[in-house]
Structures are given as C-alpha cells and as structure tokens.
Design a protein around this ligand. Structure first.
Ligand code: UDP
Ligand code: MG
Length: 316
C-alpha cells in the first residue's frame, strides 16, 4: 500500500509525552482518511522512552521506530526520519506537542493545492520564558539578515515537504546541519501557514542556551561566509587607520610637537589588534573544524534498531 503521510517525531527523553503524542497524531491522521506512518526517532533517550516506542510499534504497525545508538542531536534525528520515510508527504513535528498535530491537516491542505514545502509559522508561542522568546526572535532575524538563503522568520522545523523535496534533502549529507535552512535552500514552491505554538506538555526543554548557540553557529556557518567577511572588514579598517596615521606621526615628529606620550596608547592599540586577530583565528577555526568533520566522512548517525525497508515505497 502506498503511504501518503510520513510523520517524523524526534524523541529525546519524552517518556511522558509519548502516549499523548501517539494518540493525537493517530486521531488527526485517521481523520485524513489516507494511509500514514509515524516514524519515531529515538535520539539516545535514557528515560525509558525507547521501550515505550517499541511498545507503540508492537501495538500499531504504522509506528516505525528508528533507535539511535546514542544521542546525535535533534537535526540528525530529523535526517534519519527523512531517510526512513516512505510517504508522499513528509511532516516533521516536535514530540513535546508544542506543535499541535491538528495543524498537520492545514499543512496538508496547502500541499494538495500544489505547494511542495509548507512550513508552520509561529504566530504566537505559549509557555516559554521571555528569555527564550527574545533569543529565538533575535536568532531568526540575525540568521535572516546574514545568511545567503532567505530562511523564513519565526519558523521551526515543523513543516510538510513533498517527496520530491525530501529526496533532494536526503542527498545533502552535511554533518552540521540546519534543516529549516536546507529546506529553504532547495527552492520549490514554498508557503507558510500560521499557527499557535503551545506550551510543552510535560518535561523540560532539551535546548538549553548552549545548544541554541551551537544551532545558531551551525546555521550561520552552513549558509554564509559573513563571519569571515567581518574579519576581512576589520583587517581593512585597522590597516586603513595605520596608513593614515603614518604621515600624521611623521609630521608631528618633524614639527617637534610632543606626540602621544606614554605607553597607554600603544598598549591599547596592540591589545585591540591582538583581540581582533584572535577572534578572526577563532572564526577561521570554526570553519576549519567543520571542514575537518566533513573530511572524516563518518556516518551521520548510527542505528541500533530500525525498520528494514529504508527508502523504498512498498508496492504501488
Ligand atoms: N530532541 C532530540 N534530540 C536532542 C534534543 C531534542 O531529538 O538532542 C527532540 C525533542 O525530544 C523534541 C524536539 O527535539 O521532540 C524539540 O526539542 P525541545 O522541545 O526540547 O526544544 P524547544 O521546543 O524547547 O526549542
Ligand atoms: Mg519543545
């Protein structure tokens, strides 16, 4: 039987959310009247989510578990979901029910109208601290400004993509990935649908500030050379100032006018330049480290347990 919808939910310690996630997705997808599958990617959970996922899969064969050997991160879990999906339309959804499964039907409606990427835009978000909302808002806007791809603002990974798009994304095996950027990069007919992002059903966020920063760094380095260009810019500015300063200093010396006295000026100039140089080195390091990771060519993820038929649509 041909599967219309593949729903992908990355799971990292979401034990208490799993039953409700399954129930709501089942209700919504059954009401669509079309065949669907739910791919639960267990990203190295340690709270017993893994066993719960296996139980769900035993009860309902439409639930397909992909169990990672360890925690690989949200973005990689999504990628595994793409790899194992068989549906004509592929939906990514968070497991904590912040993205209401009911919205999938709205996304599907646009897909039926012919759009190939339908992303869900967070018009409102509930139950999150002002700090999270503020940093998230900044994040989306900075990324929008400096990356070469126009990644829609206030949009997470919650989206529906046509099989054509997913087949392209599956070929993009970069290690440090930003799925929402990748899905903007591929092009195709895209549209946003607004929704109200709910509060987390249970548990705490798995995205502490440190991980958000890392995600931001991946987003920026994957889609722009902006940080490198900033280093070049500072180089030109300091060199420019130095060139202008040479005749001034020579003139002052010749005219016998007392120059900048003391070492403070020199010290500040040296420290400033030293700082700029070290920061530039660090930026270079970020890119080189990513290059090195790519060069190693390790697999993106390791599965302990996964459904047999990867990538193939059974029957017809
Ligand atoms: N997640 C994951 N691996 C991780 C961190 C998170 O698979 O290393 C999953 C998590 O279980 C959830 C989704 O990614 O389904 C989004 O995470 P979370 O809700 O904690 O992020 P937030 O909504 O707070 O940004
Ligand atoms: Mg969440």
């Amino acid at each position: 039987m041909k599967i219309t919808y593949s729903i992908i939910a990355p799971i990292y310690n979401e034990l208490d959310n799993l039953p409700e996630l399954y129930r709501r997705i089942k209700d919504v997808m059954d009401s669509s009247g079309e065949p669907w599958e739910l791919i639960l990617v267990d990203d190295g959970s340690t709270d017993g989510s893994t066993d719960r996922i296996r139980e769900l899969a035993k009860q309902d064969e439409r639930v397909r578990p992909v169990i990672f050997a360890r925690n690989f991160g949200h973005q990689i879990a999504i990628t595994a979901g793409w790899d194992y999906s068989r549906g004509e339309a592929v939906v990514i959804i968070d497991a904590d029910l912040q993205d209401p499964p009911e919205v999938i039907l709205d996304l599907a409606k646009k897909w039926k109208e012919g759009y190939e990427v339908v992303y869900a835009v967070r018009a409102e978000r509930e139950g999150e601290t002002w700090f999270k909302k503020f940093t998230a808002a900044m994040f989306y806007r900075i990324i929008y400004r400096i990356t070469d791809v126009k990644i829609p603002v206030d949009t997470g990974d919650f989206r529906l993509m046509d099989r054509k798009v997913v087949d392209v994304l599956k070929q993009m095996r970069e290690r440090h990935r930003f799925p929402r950027g990748m899905s903007a990069w591929v092009g195709f007919k895209q549209i946003g649908v607004e929704y109200k992002r709910a509060a987390r059903l249970s548990g705490v966020t798995k995205y502490p500030f440190r991980k958000m920063l890392l995600l931001a760094l991946n987003a920026i380095t994957s889609f722009s050379y902006f940080p490198l260009q900033v280093a070049t810019f500072f180089g030109f500015v300091s060199a420019g100032i130095a060139i202008l300063a040479i005749p001034v200093v020579v003139y002052l010396r010749m005219a016998g006018i007392p120059q900048f006295t003391g070492q403070a000026t020199t010290l500040i100039a040296v420290l400033f330049l030293g700082g700029v140089q070290l920061i530039s080195l660090g930026i270079l390091g970020e890119y080189i480290g990513r290059l090195y990771d790519e060069a190693k060519g390790r697999p993106l993820y390791i599965v302990r347990d996964a459904p047999e038929s990867k990538n193939e649509n059974e029957g017809g």
